[in-house]
Design a protein around this ligand. Structure first.
Ligand code: FPP
Length: 246
């Protein structure tokens, strides 16, 4: 390797990529704090990272990308921070809509959108509706999302179908239950990435990540680069997935 010059890229087998990558975009606040900036600056930088990583995923051929943008618990944050995150989402979605024909990305939202402002909610619904025809990469944005909330809603919906005589408890299968989740029709994530140094799942895709591979890194989300993603992909490719077999 030359003494000076570009560091070599981590090698990834681009013909065997995970079909679905999910990311907990953590560490925005600490990234900002370490620079003496307000937390909202960390979210703005995180939104840029999201754009870079989503574009890269599409370019290399990852079919599904799911990101945790706002959890059912994040409402506990100061109103100013919540509003800054919502504004960033709005900005991103408006840009995504204008780039849609070129990028051909399909969007889905996982989570209950009813507590959002009518404007943001309409924007989410419009983005989902107008991108449904695209068959390129699919980006799922978890917004007001919680894994337990999702499972409770699914259980209630199934119970209601049983009470209405449309189904029976003993006939419920794994695949059928998946159809009651926000992620209905989306394959389970193969790889879940959590930057920001915490090693926990934080109510993210609890059902769907049953057999996912996990990748944790101390790098805060705003600093998560394409090279960081390649590292995660290379680690994923070094793992042996047995799904409970041998
Ligand atoms: C977690 O970091 C991050 C969030 C709760 C918000 C994530 C939102 C964005 C990246 C911006 C909008 C998203 C899109 C899709 C455009 P943290 O605040 O918990 O960080 P900390 O643990 O360091 O405090």
């Amino acid at each position: 390797m030359p003494l000076f010059g570009k560091k070599e890229e981590t090698k990834v087998d681009f013909s065997h990529l995970p079909r679905h990558v999910a990311i907990i975009m953590d560490g925005n606040g600490r990234w900002a704090k370490s620079r003496g900036l307000p937390r909202t600056a960390g979210h703005a930088a995180g939104a840029e990272t999201f754009r870079t990583i989503a574009t890269y995923c599409r370019e290399i051929g990852i079919s599904y990308l799911t990101v945790y943008a706002f959890s059912t618990e994040n409402w506990k944050r100061p109103a100013e921070e919540v509003s800054a995150i919502m504004k960033l989402l709005k900005k991103y979605l408006m840009e995504a809509i204008s780039d849609m024909e070129k990028e051909k990305v399909r969007f889905r939202f996982f989570g209950d959108l009813t507590p959002l402002t009518p404007e943001l909610r309409t924007l989410c619904e419009e983005t989902e509706r107008s991108s449904a025809k695209f068959d390129g990469c699919q980006v799922n944005i978890c917004l007001n999302y919680g894994g337990r909330d999702e499972l409770l809603r699914a259980a209630r919906a199934f119970a209601a179908d049983c009470a209405a005589g449309k189904d029976a408890p003993e006939s419920l299968t794994d695949g059928q239950f998946s159809g009651y989740l926000w992620s209905a029709g989306v394959p389970d994530p193969d790889l879940v990435i959590r930057p920001g140094g915490e090693v926990r799942i934080s109510n993210f895709l609890l059902w769907q990540s049953a057999y996912a591979e996990f990748y944790f890194t101390d790098v805060n989300w705003p600093d998560f680069s394409k090279e960081e993603l390649r590292r995660a992909l290379a680690v994923y490719q070094s793992r042996s997935r047995r799904f409970g077999g041998i």
